[in-house]
Ligand binder design. Structure first.
Ligand SMILES: Nc1nc2c(ncn2[C@@H]2O[C@H](COP(=O)(O)OP(=O)(O)O)[C@@H](O)[C@H]2O)c(=O)[nH]1
Ligand SMILES: [Mg+2]
Length: 355
């Protein structure tokens, strides 16, 4: 789908550790096209218990989970918008992301230098937000010159755009990231502070405790915040599945915190999952919420979208109760859906199409 989540945060908060653990994430029995595109760009398997449950009844030879892309974006320091650190390169990178995971440091560890000297997640968030907002103000300034020139054409949309740019600017000058406003976006002007965001608190090993001020901030923003010990997750990701189970149980955890991070990433991007059982392969597919059946089929193959006839749909839990599409059909539990069907999270779908 090409959805990308950028991992951002101050230096030494654990971004690369989270990223590396994500790309090494093991999910039992799932085959997937893992790869690291570049050292800081990785395809991450989406852990999915439902897929595993479906596989218990479909017994596929090949089990394939869908993936999502994460990017480890280094180099943000105070002053980045003026070109400090990796400055502009960093900001250009963020512009390409569909959503952001902001890692903040809650672990102490005297051996790992904390450039700002103390644990203070709100200060850290404000530093990053300030850089995003300053970069936005610069982008708006540039856009304004162009829009002003275009005003001469007399087209109403340029006057409207100018008003929108003024509205953005007023919010930013008041210190409000655009994601917290309901101003409409300008497609050709991707603004950094408008990207959907969630927080990862890199906590002490063995702790689930979130900083109270961080919880309040996240709530104000309607953002999710997830406690992760990057060091623990890194160790966990290197273990064989059986060892990992024991390691998790010892820590009193049901599943890796990174699974919750990826799940939250899907919610952030408003993505849902549907499943297919076809021949030897059972597979999960990630699509934007609201996708119609033909476009969902197109996610599998463009021919299937072009030749779409119908979708035979059953919710995943009904499928595992009944065992197969055929059994569902006999009991009249199969939904026969056409071109205007909106695919639902958890649907198991058999597409019928002409080639
Ligand atoms: N104690 C502890 N150290 C960590 C944790 N996460 C990362 N580190 C260490 O902190 C240092 C910086 O981590 P890194 O992931 O490179 O940070 P980045 O600059 O944000 O990419 C490394 O030495 C990591 O091993 C953690 O959860 N606990
Ligand atoms: Mg790093």
């Amino acid at each position: 789908m090409g959805m990308r989540i950028g991992i951002i945060g101050l230096p030494n908060v654990g971004k690369s550790t989270v990223f590396n653990a994500l790309t090494k994430m093991q999910v039992p029995a799932a085959n997937y096209p893992f790869c690291t595109i570049e050292p800081n760009q990785g395809i991450v398997l989406v852990p999915d218990r439902r897929l595993e449950r479906i596989a218990e009844v479909s017994k596929p030879e090949i089990l394939t989970g869908d993936t999502i892309e994460f990017v480890d974006i280094a180099g943000l320091v105070a002053g980045a918008s003026r070109g400090e650190g990796l400055g502009n390169k960093f900001l250009a990178h963020i512009r390409e992301m569909d959503a952001l995971v902001h890692v903040v440091r809650l672990f102490e560890d005297g051996d790992v230098i904390n450039p700002l000297g103390s644990i203070d997640p709100l200060r850290d968030i404000d530093i990053i937000d300030t850089e995003l907002m300053l970069a936005d103000l610069q982008a708006i300034e540039k856009r304004r010159e162009r829009t002003t020139r275009m005003l001469k054409t007399g087209e109403a949309r340029y006057k409207e755009e100018l008003e929108l740019l003024d509205a953005y600017q007023a919010e930013l000058e008041a210190g409000i990231p655009l994601r917290r406003t309901d101003l409409e976006p300008i497609y050709e002007l991707p603004l950094l502070s408008s990207k959907p965001i969630m927080y990862v608190a890199n906590v002490e090993e063995g702790s689930q405790e979130l900083h109270p001020a961080l919880v309040v901030r996240a709530e104000e923003e309607g953002a999710e915040v997830i406690a992760v010990s990057a060091a623990f997750e890194m160790e966990l990701s290197q273990l064989e599945p059986e060892e990992a189970e024991l390691f998790l149980a010892d820590a009193g955890m049901e599943k890796p915190a990174l699974h919750r991070l990826v799940e939250a990433g899907l919610r952030l991007l408003d993505l849902i999952t549907f499943y297919t059982i076809k021949g030897k392969e059972t597979r999960s597919w990630i699509i934007p919420r609201g996708t119609l059946a033909p476009q969902a089929a197109g996610r599998i193959h463009t021919d299937m979208e072009r030749g779409f006839i119908r979708a035979e749909v059953v919710p995943w839990d009904v499928l595992i109760e009944q065992g197969s599409h055929a059994a569902c059909r006999e009991k009249g539990l199969l939904q026969i859906e056409g071109r205007d069907y909106v695919v639902q999270d958890g649907d198991v779908i058999l597409f019928r199409f002409n080639v």
